[in-house]
Design a protein around this ligand. Structure first.
Ligand SMILES: [Zn+2]
Length: 72
């Protein structure tokens, strides 16, 4: 379990990273925050797990969105 008193990877807490994930995926974050999110994902197994699943889900939705609706 995450210890709230332990130093946060990337200088961000888990909830702060999760807040930024949507912007991170849309490349809407400034480079300094992108780097913090990436550093946190590398240092935090929880967020790497959740972030990885989240990224995969969003990418799947984007693919579905972009796919022509030619199958009935
Ligand atoms: Zn985390």
């Amino acid at each position: 379990m995450a210890d709230p008193k332990s130093p946060a990877p990337g200088g961000l807490r888990c909830d702060e990273v999760l807040e930024r994930l949507p912007d991170y995926l849309e490349a809407a974050l400034p480079p300094s925050e992108r780097a913090q999110v990436e550093a946190h994902l590398r240092g935090c197994a929880n967020c790497a797990d959740f972030g990885g699943a989240y990224v995969a889900l969003v990418q799947a939705l984007q693919r579905e969105d972009a796919a022509p609706a030619d199958r009935r």
